[in-house]
Design a protein around this ligand. Structure first.
Ligand SMILES: C[S@@+](CC[C@H](N)C(=O)[O-])C[C@H]1O[C@@H](n2cnc3c(N)ncnc32)[C@H](O)[C@@H]1O
Length: 204
């Protein structure tokens, strides 16, 4: 039932709003330090809600394997971005809608914890191939930590994503393709008890 409801873009966006995801997205966008004309690729973009917080002068491309979300993104944001339906791990490098070594920023917010290790590693591979030299991949996901509140652990276990990991486990996956990985953990970014990890992976 939850899966069925959250598959609908409007319900997903409302649920996200209630958890305080809007503020978390706004804070994340500030950390990106974007410049006019920057190209952004959003992997697992959902209904592309992040576009509400991105400056108008960046070039946004988002993809997701959920057709409902992509349809909603196209309807809502029209020509503010390019949106397409695709699976991570499929051969995106052959997709003519995206050019390798051309993005300043790759975003992957809330997707790694939906992916098994081999698929997560292919996400890092893809991000590396898409970034310009000096560009960065920024990820955001739920995270298990030693001293987190039991209620936060419980909420993470209820997540639709079945691959919530520890900081060390996320870093291990990132290191297959990125040598420079910085992490930040927050227990109070959302209105619900939840621990988030943000990773910043630099392409050198
Ligand atoms: C928690 S949502 C996050 C959506 C959006 N990035 C956000 O921050 O609101 C995770 C997204 O990853 C997408 N996703 C999960 N597995 C995927 C895959 N293998 N390929 C492409 N997208 C995937 C889901 O459809 C969903 O939109």
């Amino acid at each position: 039932m939850r899966e069925f409801l959250l598959h609908r873009a409007a319900i997903y966006t409302t649920f996200q709003h209630l958890t305080g995801a809007g503020k978390a997205r706004k804070d994340l966008v500030e950390k990106l330090e974007l410049k006019a004309g920057d190209k952004i690729l959003d992997i697992g973009c959902g209904p592309a809600d992040i576009l509400r917080y991105l400056p108008a002068d960046v070039q946004y491309t988002g993809f997701d394997n959920n057709e409902n979300y992509i349809r909603s993104a196209k309807k809502q944001f029209k020509n503010r971005g390019n949106f397409f339906c695709q699976e991570v791990g499929a051969d995106l490098l052959k997709n003519t809608l995206v050019e390798t070594n051309s993005f300043n920023v790759v975003l992957a917010t809330g997707i790694l914890h939906h992916l098994a290790d081999d698929q997560a590693i292919s996400l890092f591979e893809l991000a590396k191939a898409m970034l310009i030299k000096g560009g960065k991949l920024v990820t955001l996901d739920g995270c298990f930590t030693k001293n987190q509140r039991l209620v936060a652990k419980f909420v993470l276990r209820l997540d639709r994503g079945k691959f919530v990991r520890t900081k060390q486990e996320y870093i291990k996956l990132a290191k297959y393709h990125f040598s420079g990985v910085k992490t930040e953990i927050s227990d109070n970014a959302l209105k619900i008890p939840y621990t988030l990890i943000i990773m910043e992976c630099r392409s050198d």
